[in-house]
Design a protein around this ligand. Structure first.
Ligand SMILES: Cc1ncc(COP(=O)(O)O)c(C=O)c1O
Length: 382
């Protein structure tokens, strides 16, 4: 019998239309126009020699932007959380002791992921907006002797930077692997994977790299690969299993999944932009514009929440003055000025705004736009 097709959801849908938002929140940031152009290019097959060449180049570009010679550098097909999950899924075997530095929301996500893969998780904690001193990390590593230490380099929920110098040596001395979240630092904040002896790291495309979300760098150094190769059981996640992914991204290029072709084009263009600008110059630009933002905010009576030494240049948290309804201001910025900034999360809800100056968006004119609009809104509401 011929089955009737249901027309319940067959109606007229409006043509796609979105406002021209300026994305100055915690991410995504606006993609660079050249990246958007690359995303729209015609597809080739994912095992086409031309695509394989793009894959090779993307791996080299990751090596440059992360300052690493690691063989295992790939862009994971998925958002930052997928690359994050890949690090935990591959490195953790049930019962492994994992020490996590929690100084905000993404440290908490690390705890959740590590627990799901059967780790015995121990934490050190800091009030949101602060980061750990070397001594605090050292004390915890020496007393717990964890298999893995997880730290968030750039805590997007607070705007605090975790200094990492010396932590890699400490980990090596204690037979601990150092795993670092660089989602909001890669391409915008000084970061040296090899010099700092980071064993595993992940990032996202939609922050300081100015590519839309959906493709996420991941790297494992040789110590991490030794741990993965010595596993006694299979990785509990088929899609993110490095032993399978490495033959897709390694010499064999054998099919594992279909890489998102156009995301790889966009990522390639985004990373090429970093090469053109130069990594050092890009870090300096982020710092200059963050400093400019802080000084312009000062002129309208607003103060940064995080102290100078550990304030991120990519994501600046701003203290909400007494009596101001933070969410009303973010809503007015969006509705009246097409500018997105972020509200505070968790412990910082209602206490801060989060302003991202990431990648293509880290420019003086954006500082002027957001501070002028905030001044007008705050004056209207007082
Ligand atoms: C520090 C940090 N880690 C992990 C993630 C997760 O990335 P995604 O949202 O792309 O999955 C984010 C996203 O904002 C982040 O800021």
């Amino acid at each position: 019998m011929r089955r009737e097709v249901s027309d319940t959801f067959r109606k007229s849908y409006p043509q796609l239309s979105v406002s021209p938002r300026l994305l100055l929140g915690p991410g995504p940031s606006n993609a660079h126009p050249r990246v958007l152009q690359a995303l729209g290019m015609r597809q080739v097959g994912h095992l086409d020699p031309q695509f394989l060449e793009i894959m090779n180049r993307n791996q080299d570009l990751i090596r440059y932007v992360w300052q690493t010679d690691n063989r295992m550098c790939i862009p994971v097909s998925g958002t930052g959380s997928a690359a994050m999950e890949a690090t935990f899924a591959n490195l953790i075997e049930p019962g492994d002791k994992v020490l996590i530095g929690v100084m905000g929301y993404f440290g908490m996500r690390m705890v959740d992921m590590a627990e799901r893969y059967g780790a015995e998780v121990v934490t050190i904690r800091k009030p949101w907006g602060e980061s750990f001193s070397f001594e605090e990390i050292s004390e915890a590593v020496i007393s717990h002797k964890p298999v893995i230490l997880g730290l968030v380099h750039a805590e997007t929920s607070t705007g605090a930077r975790q200094p990492l110098e010396g932590v890699g040596d400490l980990c090596r001395d204690n037979d601990t692997l150092l795993l670092v979240d660089t989602v909001t630092s890669m391409g915008g904040v000084p970061l040296f994977i090899d010099d700092w002896k980071i064993d595993a790291a992940y990032a996202g495309s939609q922050k300081c790299l100015s590519c839309p979300p959906g493709i996420s760098p991941l790297t494992f150094g040789s110590r991490a690969l030794d741990k993965i190769n010595g596993r006694s059981g299979k990785v509990k996640n088929w899609y993110l299993d490095m032993s399978l992914l490495s033959s897709y991204w390694g010499k064999e290029r054998s099919y594992h999944h279909t890489a998102p072709i156009n995301m790889n084009y966009g990522f390639y263009e985004a990373m090429r932009l970093v090469v053109e600008e130069g990594l050092r110059e890009r870090w300096e630009r982020h710092q200059r514009n963050a400093d400019l933002l802080v000084s312009e905010l000062g002129k309208i009576g607003l103060e940064p929440y995080v102290k100078d030494e550990i304030r991120l240049p990519s994501l600046i948290t701003v203290a909400v003055p007494e009596g101001v309804d933070a969410k009303k201001v973010t809503a007015a910025l969006l509705n009246d000025y097409n500018i997105e900034i972020g509200n505070g999360l968790g412990e910082l809800a209602g206490k801060v705004w989060r302003i991202g100056l990431m990648g293509f968006n880290s420019r003086p004119e954006n500082v002027a736009l957001v501070t002028t609009a905030m001044e007008k809104i705050l004056n209207q509401s007082s």
